[in-house]
Design a protein around this ligand. Structure first.
Ligand code: FES
Length: 137
């Protein structure tokens, strides 16, 4: 069975609930970057595991080879599927969950005053850059 990446796919990123669109053959990290967002990553080659996230729903492929050991991480759990967003290309719509110390950062706006440079729950990238009312003197 061959996997297809035809068309854009929606990627929902927990715990913030941010939704992004990944273009055909685009990795999750590249899709985030294109939309001004960042999550934790280092090598972007599938070698370090810094970007590892839980694959809650959906399927991904790795057009370039990555190690199963890097995907699984140091403490593999049979009940949890992981993915490497720096190399993973969505085949279906996805839901992924970031690690407990990871978060989404909006590098374009940084306008969230409650958590600077962070997207709040249920915000989409297009709304995150909208500055709310400003008082004028
Ligand atoms: S950033 Fe190194 S494996 Fe993804």
């Amino acid at each position: 069975m061959s996997a297809h990446t035809d068309g854009p796919r929606t990627v929902t990123i927990r715990p913030d609930g941010v939704e992004i669109v990944a273009r055909e053959r685009e990795t999750i990290v590249d899709a985030l970057r294109r939309q001004g967002l960042r999550t934790r990553y280092k090598c972007r080659r599938g070698g370090c595991g810094a970007c590892r996230a839980i694959l809650v729903e959906g399927e991904v492929i790795y057009p370039k080879p990555v190690s199963e050991k890097v995907i699984e991480g140091p403490r593999p759990r049979p009940d949890v599927r992981n993915c490497l967003p720096c190399r993973a290309t969505p085949v279906t719509d996805l839901v992924i969950e970031l690690g407990p110390r990871d978060r989404i950062v909006n590098v374009l706006t940084g306008l969230d005053t409650a958590r600077p440079n962070t997207i709040t729950a249920r915000q989409t990238p297009s709304t995150s850059s909208t500055r709310k009312e400003q008082s004028c003197p």
